[in-house]
Design a protein around this ligand. Structure first.
Ligand code: SF4
Length: 290
């Protein structure tokens, strides 16, 4: 069997940075508790490894009333400034692992809001990234899809047609969807400033997988089952009519993966390098057994 890796797979820059900061904190924070605010990333393997290093997960709804002496790592999605202030007020020291791209979106939202713009914010309303951005621009209009964008624009046009407007998007929204959302708002606000906040990390992995599908008989996607971008990779592979499996660990590999002569290997943006290596090795071992 030949295992062919996608030309782009695994950790994106923001996740690599966040995991690096978490391990670094686990080495340097010797006294006191060390938390991440929510799971650092959607990958159970990494979360288990961090737990072994003493990194616990702080559940926002069950925040302790006292965090004196504790260190809290802000994950790549970022958080709203009032939540940061709350943590500091409870006595926590913060390690900011917000992805620089998300940080840039937060700052753009803040600048536009302070300049009096009405901001449309495109993406999944309940996603941590957008909750954090709304903290910088509390009056922004969240829109999940083109039809919602159209009705929000229509309502705003009828209630308050004057003034400047801007459109920002979730870093992982698809370019096509963002374009469609912008197109629905434009007839109402032709001068709207459409800001490119899209991160190409997700798109790059998807494009690399599509290319890989041309040369592979079957596909293995390494990553967490809770990771939306990993599940999207699986769907892409299956849409190319290839047998494909999502595996969180080498143990998840189905025996039939060993019968193919060319197996493509891709991985979501929260899958670490060593786990990808382990899964590749297990695939070769599997082919020897069948
Ligand atoms: S997908 Fe892009 S924006 Fe999100 S964490 Fe990774 S690098 Fe940052």
């Amino acid at each position: 069997m030949q295992v062919i890796r996608a030309s782009m797979l695994g950790y994106c820059m923001g996740v690599r940075y966040a995991v690096h900061l978490a391990y670094k904190a686990s080495q340097t924070v010797r006294n006191g508790r060390l938390y991440t605010l929510g799971p650092l990333i959607h990958n159970p393997y990494v979360l288990r490894e961090l737990q072994k290093q003493g990194v616990e997960i702080l559940d926002e709804p069950f925040m302790p009333s006292d965090l004196k002496g504790a260190t809290v790592i802000i994950r790549a999605h970022g958080v709203a400034p009032n939540l940061e202030a709350l943590l500091v007020g409870l006595g926590a020291e913060l390690v900011d692992a917000t992805c620089p791209r998300v940080k840039a979106s937060q700052m753009k939202a803040k600048t536009f809001a302070e300049a009096g713009y009405r901001i449309f914010l495109a993406g999944e309303k309940q996603h941590g990234e957008l909750i954090g951005i709304r903290g910088y621009a509390p009056n922004c209009l969240s829109v999940e899809d083109p039809s919602e964008a159209r009705s929000a624009a229509e309502t705003l046009y009828h209630t308050d047609p004057g003034g400047k407007t801007a459109l920002l998007g979730q870093t992982t929204i698809s370019a096509e969807e963002y374009h469609r959302i912008g197109a629905e708002i434009l007839p109402y606000f032709p001068d709207i400033e459409i800001i490119d906040t899209i991160c190409n990390a997700t798109k790059d992995r998807q494009e690399a997988l599509k290319k890989l599908c041309e040369n592979a008989d079957a596909l293995v996607i390494a990553g967490g089952k809770e990771s939306a971008n990993t599940r999207r990779l699986l769907a892409i592979a299956r849409n190319q009519n290839k047998p494909a499996w999502l595996v969180e660990s080498p143990e998840d590999l189905p025996p039939e993966a060993g019968v193919y002569s060319a197996v493509g290997l891709s991985a979501g943006a929260s899958t670490p390098d060593d786990l990808i290596d382990q899964i590749e090795k297990a695939l070769y071992d599997l082919s020897v057994k069948v």
